[in-house]
Design a protein around this ligand. Structure first.
Ligand SMILES: [Zn+2]
Length: 462
């Protein structure tokens, strides 16, 4: 039986879907204003492994992953400007073009990491009507109120507002807008915005829609939605009032997901989510990833250093989704070597006879998956399988069966790719060394020369 660690109960619970053998699953997708760093890609991969596992265990999964293309301000707490607008200024492109550009990059990255396509990929800007309907319900039921600048959810009206985070409200990092003193009509600093009128700090907002709400400071109720209402409205539209599993990064617990629950449950009079799953952070050199430190790496940077995207997938699969994972270039190199080694083993299996699945190993593999999606343990069983005394036909049939979950494309491993992967890696190191020499960084250049000797490559500078 599948057990899932539910953030809301903080316990591993037996999984009982609403409809037998069917799973509705929602994952908070990216805000498409920039290239997503590998920390966000880890979140998407954790979701992919969850979806693949559910399918492997025989469930029919409906998987929805949204794109936020409006309304996510530079601070999660209703402060600052819309991230799309900021990007639009930065790149001198209109927000629609920004969204298209970064959705394309994200989809190329997720495809190279061999992530399954979601069944629905809703855009926030295409669900304005659904959001306004939900906001109207919340206003009618007095869970929300209108000021000249915005419509706020009244946190004091929600029952168990902090049930997900377990924090007391005063300590809830949420306090959405805790530092926001720009709206004197706001009743409590903890209240969060459902709709921003095109007024006050947002009077020049680039993306806006008419609404049925009235503000003295703008015509036609013009404005744009808050970030949190987007997921409530899109999950309702595509999955219904109550969904089986909702996933997202751990950083969403105190604000975004807390607010999703408050909106959905009070608008729909129904439980919003049965199982909450949150993936932990990716660290780089044991620190939080930071653009300012140049450590919020993109997949492009990983590839430029000669690593295969699937080696990153292999690295990420070695940590459980609820554990922090520390990324270093050394750990990625070790993962690339480990992945090549695994591929070589699969290539060397004799494939003359018909592949078959070994039930004993399959059961061990399933047991690991059913224990809260323990992918590292499942990977260990795959290694054990290849080391076992089973026939090649059984080993091959079983590992290809496991790959439905692991997603490492093991049926397509070939020697050429491994040697070309090595060539790419060597070329990337040589380019990096030339650059270091140009910068007169002799220490780095020497380090790379040493690194190259590991590939039996020696360099002579003339
Ligand atoms: Zn969300």
């Amino acid at each position: 039986m599948l057990k899932i660690h539910n953030t809301i109960s903080r316990e591993k619970e037996a999984f009982n879907p609403i409809h037998k053998n069917e799973v509705s699953l929602y994952y908070c997708g990216p805000t498409v204003y920039w290239t997503q760093h590998i920390g966000n890609l880890r979140g998407a991969l954790c979701t992919d492994l969850t979806v693949r596992t559910l399918k492997y265990l025989g469930y029919d999964v409906k998987y929805v992953r949204n794109y936020t293309d409006v309304g996510h301000l530079t601070s999660d707490s209703d402060l600052g400007v819309d991230k799309m607008e900021k990007a639009s200024e930065r790149e001198k492109l209109d927000p629609l073009k920004i969204a298209q550009k970064y959705i394309k990059i994200y989809e190329e990255d997720t495809s190279e990491l061999n992530l399954l396509e979601p069944d629905v990929k809703p855009l926030a800007t295409e669900h304005i009507q659904e959001m306004q309907d939900m906001i109207k319900t919340l206003v009618d039921k007095k869970f929300a109120y209108v000021t000249d600048l915005a419509i706020y959810f009244n946190v004091s009206k929600a029952k168990n507002y902090t049930c997900l985070s377990g924090q007391v409200l005063e300590a809830n990092i949420s306090g959405a807008g805790a530092g926001d003193i720009s709206d004197p009509q706001k009743k409590s600093p903890h209240d969060f915005a459902l709709w921003f009128f095109r007024a006050g700090t947002h009077k020049n907002a680039l993306q806006y829609w008419p609404s049925p709400f009235n503000s003295a400071q703008t015509e036609n109720g013009n404005g744009f939605p808050g970030w949190h209402i987007e997921c409530s409205a899109m999950s309702k539209k595509h999955l219904g009032n109550t969904i089986d599993i909702h996933l997202g990064g751990i950083e969403h617990i105190p604000i975004h997901h807390t607010n999703e629950i408050a909106q959905s449950e009070n608008a729909n009079d129904a439980k919003f989510v049965n199982y909450w799953m949150h993936n932990e952070h990716l660290l780089v050199d044991n620190k939080k990833m930071a653009k300012s430190e140049g450590t919020s790496y993109s997949l492009e940077e990983i590839k430029a250093k000669g690593f295969q995207p699937l080696a990153l997938r292999f690295l990420f699969s070695q940590a459980h989704y609820r554990s922090k994972l520390n990324f270093t270039w050394e750990s990625l190199q070790a993962a690339q070597n480990g992945f090549n080694h695994l591929c070589e083993k699969v290539i060397n299996l004799d494939k003359a006879s018909k592949p078959k699945v070994d039930n004993d190993f399959k059961n061990q593999f399933k047991d690991a998956l059913q224990d809260d999606f323990n992918i590292p343990e499942a990977l260990a069983i795959a290694h054990k399988l290849l080391k076992s005394n089973l026939s090649d036909a059984l080993k091959y049939g079983t590992i290809i069966d496991f790959d439905k979950v692991l997603g490492l494309n093991l049926a397509y491993c070939n020697k050429k790719e491994i040697s070309e992967g090595l060539k790419d890696k060597i070329n990337a190191l040589i380019i990096e060394r030339d650059q270091a020499r140009k910068n007169k960084d002799w220490e780095k250049a020497d380090k790379i020369r040493y690194e190259l000797t590991k590939f039996k490559v020696s360099i002579e500078d003339k």
